[in-house]
Design a protein around this ligand. Structure first.
Ligand code: SAH
Length: 216
């Protein structure tokens, strides 16, 4: 057994803190979650590198820095109800579980959802609720959400996310074309008022569904 905690500390110091992430709760969460458990065994030695990694089904676990930026952008204090779109490996959901009260996550590919469920349970993150569904319509029964994080790239912001955001809530979503996007943060400032900010350029796999891209 390798001691992954040293690699994890190096990742957080070198890729997260050194690049300007200051939210201590995000830093602590990323020091805790065993990222290597969320990738297949052959890739575990690469889990703490500065890169996304394949997780099967042509999908990826996001680069650690991107997880940190997106998590910090939601400005979570611990009491929130959060929706994630794109469970993937389950890693981001585990980080969110340490940052918020209730976490809901939608994944369209059943085999990924199944594996994420298993790893999250093994690592003590059973409180994460996962559902297999097209997440481009959000999760109406559980709305409103204090925060929504979309971990796949959308051609535009689906209306249901805006509707399912609580007043004061934050949505982070990569918006652009199929291969490159801008990470946007949208804050619901009133019943019909929203403010948006550009955070940084990024490259996510496409958000595929009725209100986003079609499958290729
Ligand atoms: N957050 C993940 C990274 C996911 S990669 C992690 O921490 O590992 C993006 C994921 O979004 C993929 O698993 C993909 O299958 C999923 N996805 C794409 N379109 C979706 C949709 N419409 N609804 C739900 N999940 C979707």
């Amino acid at each position: 057994m390798r001691d992954f905690s040293i690699a994890r500390r190096r990742m957080v110091e070198g890729q997260v803190i050194a690049r300007g992430i200051t939210d201590q709760r995000v830093i602590d969460a990323m020091l805790k979650v065993p990222r290597h458990k969320f990738v297949e065994e052959a890739l575990q030695s690469q889990a703490y590198q500065d890169a996304p990694l394949p997780i099967g089904e042509r999908q990826t676990i996001s680069q650690p820095y991107m997880v940190a930026v997106m998590s910090q952008s939601l400005a979570l204090s611990g009491s929130e109800t959060v929706l994630e779109i794109g469970t993937g490996s389950g890693y981001q959901a585990a980080v969110l579980a340490l940052l918020a009260d209730r976490v809901f996550s939608l994944e369209r590919i059943p085999s990924l959802a199944r594996r994420a469920r298993k790893v999250l349970d093994e690592c003590g993150f059973s409180k994460v609720n996962i559902r297999v569904a097209d997440g481009t319509r959000g999760w109406q029964e559980m709305a409103p959400f204090d925060a929504i994080m979309v971990t796949a790239g959308a051609p535009e912001v689906p209306q249901d996310y805006l509707d399912q955001l609580a007043v004061g809530g934050r949505l982070v979503i990569p918006v652009g074309d199929r291969t490159s996007q801008v990470l946007m943060r949208i804050t619901r400032t009133g019943a019909r008022e929203y403010e948006d900010e550009r955070i940084l350029g990024c490259r996510f796999v496409p958000l595929v569904g009725s209100c986003a891209w079609q499958e290729e």
